[in-house]
Design a protein around this ligand. Structure first.
Ligand code: HEM
Length: 135
């Protein structure tokens, strides 16, 4: 049986591929960190002067989570997101500011509504899970 000229056997398409792969995720995190830089609540949380490395880490993490390359874990090991967020005081105000900026970034990526909703549901769920201070 042939699968067609030079084509690999078909594999289920990942969410990562379905939304356009690396450029889509890069665009989302680039826009997100642009907004972080302009937001007093968020900017105060990020320890590094240069937000570039943080942008790289979040981008690689999201790509890996959604079925793209596993570069994040190759470089950083197990994500342990709650533990990695523990040093930062994330209450309701910080979480909401994070989600507000991310909402703009995700909306601007103009994904198909079903993909946008799926991504958004995940981000909201994890953001609530990262909240580690009352208020
Ligand atoms: C609830 C609001 C959130 C706040 C205020 C927040 C804040 C932060 C801060 C300050 C850092 C350290 C920056 C760095 O050096 O990388 C960080 C890292 C990170 N955050 Fe968040 N975050 C939030 C939610 C999330 C969510 C929802 C995700 C994933 C869906 C996420 C994924 C990551 C990742 C992957 C890193 C880098 C971890 C590492 O490898 O060191 N964060 N976050």
């Amino acid at each position: 049986m042939t699968t067609g000229a030079g084509q690999a056997p078909s594999q289920p398409r990942t969410f990562y591929d379905a939304v356009g792969g690396e450029p889509t995720f890069r665009a989302i995190v680039a826009r997100f960190y642009e907004l972080v830089a302009m937001d007093d609540v968020l900017r105060a949380l990020y320890p590094e002067e240069d937000l570039g490395p943080a942008e790289e880490r979040l981008g690689l993490f999201l790509m890996q989570y959604w079925g793209g390359p596993t570069t994040y874990s190759d470089e950083r090991g197990h994500p342990r997101l709650r533990m990695r967020h523990a040093p930062f005081a994330i209450g309701g105000a910080e979480r909401d500011a994070w989600l507000r900026a991310m909402r703009v970034a995700v909306d601007e990526a103009a994904l198909e509504p079903a993909h946008r909703d799926q991504l958004w549901e995940y981000l909201e769920m994890v953001a609530h899970n990262m909240t580690n201070r009352p208020g």
